[in-house]
Design a protein around this ligand. Structure first.
Ligand code: ADP
Length: 285
């Protein structure tokens, strides 16, 4: 499935000054909480002004998407997000001719729209996309910064404020698709990993609403599971899972049940692995 989901408003959408404009003004979106874990905010700002495409690498659920959403909002830029999968084709990204009222009309895809708007374009899990989709971004991610629509013959030049960001999960794709050097080397890259213990406690407490003392226990569980390498989990306990456990606890679910449901079950179907995780949970919370 492919989704285009603008989460922040375009600067052009900001209403003009004046009482009438103020009446019509939409409620400002709530600030997107993101706790920086390093210099990533500075790097993204510099990449934007230097017109460099950016790759964010790291395991699932460690804050990559949240980081992009936060920065788009902080910079006041529209954000177009495309979740790539093995069916994502060049046509899905660029657009297609559609039959509208008996007429064939060209309809921009999310990438074309983002380039025309000068948005931040975030291609999530880029390595999952089909080869023809990856080729589309080549001319966008080098000095040309342009998009060629072969179906219409149009070449669109990206405005200076356009930025391309892709995410890539190296661990997950090890057994699946690797990103070719010819694609990777077009980007500067930020490596995301699980936050430090103190950072993760802050994130979990703030995101789920549990007190810091509970967040600390939840983070300890996640950190112990991450060290259980013998479980051969495809991916380990992410911050996302820890936040989910916190939310269940905050909603009134008993802590051990919350951890089993939000952490153990999503991680594995293997009986032995589940038992080991359950033991960690019982000993910690
Ligand atoms: P992914 O790396 O898969 O894109 P997300 O950005 O969706 O992961 O992060 C998953 C969840 O983890 C977020 O919804 C948020 O609750 C939490 N999270 C992880 N890291 C951070 C962070 N640095 N600041 C705030 N929330 C974070």
């Amino acid at each position: 499935m492919i989704t285009a989901d603008p989460v922040s408003r375009s600067v052009r959408d900001v209403p003009a000054e004046g009482a009438a404009a103020r009446e019509r003004a939409p409620q400002p979106a709530a600030p997107v909480f993101y706790l920086p874990v390093g210099k990533e905010c500075d790097i993204l700002r510099h990449a934007l002004t230097s017109q460099l495409p950016l790759m964010v690498k790291g395991p699932t659920g460690c804050g990559k998407t949240r980081f992009i959403q936060h920065m788009a909002q902080a910079l006041g830029r529209p954000l177009v997000t495309v979740s790539c999968n093995e069916d994502t084709s060049a046509t899905d990204l660029l657009g297609r001719h559609l039959l509208v009222g008996g007429e064939t009309r060209w309809t921009d895809g999310p990438v074309t729209r983002a380039v025309r708007e000068g948005a931040i374009l975030y291609l999530d899990e880029i390595a999952e996309a089909r080869a023809d989709a990856l080729v589309v971004i080549h001319s966008l991610s080098d000095h040309r910064r342009e998009l060629f629509l072969d179906r219409t013959g149009e070449t669109i030049h990206a405005p200076p404020e356009f930025m391309l960001i892709v995410s890539y999960n190296p661990g997950y794709q090890r057994s699946m698709r690797e990103l070719k050097p010819s694609t990777r080397q077009r980007f500067i890259a930020l490596n995301f990993d699980y936050p430090t213990e103190a950072q993760e406690i802050t994130i979990v407490s703030k995101e789920s609403g549990v007190p810091v003392v509970t967040a600390k226990q939840l983070v300890q569980i996640a950190r112990k599971i991450r060290h259980l390498t013998e479980l051969s989990l495809l991916e380990s306990a992410s911050t996302r899972l820890v936040v989910a456990a916190g939310k269940l606890i905050n909603a009134g679910v008993p802590p051990r049940l919350a951890c089993l449901t939000a952490i153990a079950e999503p991680l594995t179907d293997d009986g032995e692995a589940r038992a080991a995780i359950r033991q960690v949970i019982d000993l910690t919370i």
